[in-house]
Ligand binder design. Sequence first.
Ligand code: HEM
Ligand SMILES: [Fe+2]
Length: 372
Amino acid sequence: MGIQQRLGNLWFWFGSQGYEYVDLGRFWQILLFIGLVLWLVMMWASLKPALMRKSEDRSLLILFLISSIAIPLFYSAGLMYGQRSHLVTAEYWRWWVVHLWVEGFFEVFATVVIGFLFTRLKLIEIRTATRAALFSTAIFLSGGIIGTFHHLYFAGATPAVIALGAIFSAFEVVPLTLVGFEAWENLRLAEPTKKSPWIANYKWPIYFFVAVAFWNLVGAGLFGFLINPPIALYYVQGLNLTPVHGHTALFGVYGMLGLGLTLFCLRALKPGHRWKEGPLKLSFWSLNVGLSLMVLLSMLPVGLLQAWASIERGTWYARSAEFLQTPLMQTLRWLRFPGDILFAVGAAFFAWFVLGLLTGHSYEKESAAGQD
Ligand code: HEM
Ligand SMILES: [Fe+2]
């Protein structure tokens, strides 16, 4: 209704703000912020007893708490501009939310939460997890915070800011290489699922965490870095290579993380019952292969052709109807079909499985007699 001009001046409060990723109207944005604070209170309530105990995993827990505080705190940066702020000001704060969340605090949150769960499963030692988490946090935050400027090249930034953004976001290749090692490590950790039966219960949550590490390397690392150097951004900012990176990084990392954490909690709720894993397996592979196909068959070729067009003739041409409406482009866009459908099938299987935990059809028959 806001976009259709039906809300009068209230569009900013109740309609769409029009800024990508912070497009919620201000009223809804404030409600979301309150929700995040409530989430933090819940986290605090369950973390507090563990923190008081002064146990070995305390440093990891403190890190976890800090990253949990940073999540609502940095969302509040999205409230820093008003209806009549200059576009440059609004863009500046918007990237505080988008970039600092995904490349800073969520990365820390993901590292810590996965490290923590793996120590609980006794797959790694607390010392190792703490050291890895502290190390990658230091690097993520040092590169990530100033690296925010890599989004501001076309938003009125001065040369000094552009230089800082370029240098520090280039440093991000360091944590991402480490993430690569971590992916390998996680895969190795997933091995024992074949041997020890109680770990086998956690096989699918662990697989989703392995997918997180994989997409972190490919989506954030490879495709993020592809568009990251200033010269690349100069030509391809906002063309289709951006969604190549955006989809693989955002769903690949945080989508998979969300699903993994959901499964982990569902598993821990009823440890005694054996899961019927068929739908989960189908879901896992459809989501991952679907995501790969949507990018490889469609977005990446479109993005590369656009990059070529932009370098040869200019961004205006790469975005023009003349270039985008050719039969080749039309075909490439339709090639989103196979991947997207497979991805949706994966989501449906996941929902079917979770529903089955309620109705009982996701449990093996012989384990149904409660042994919790
Ligand atoms: C898991 C971590 C990450 C996630 C979830 C993520 C997500 C995103 C998303 C959704 C966008 C599109 C924003 C928009 O157009 O409004 C974006 C843009 C961008 N990302 Fe990332 N990203 C991550 C990590 C990285 C890393 C590590 C790098 C650098 C190596 C990077 C470099 C970029 C650049 C340069 C853009 C701007 C592209 C443009 O404006 O055309 N990202 N990212
Ligand atoms: Fe960024």
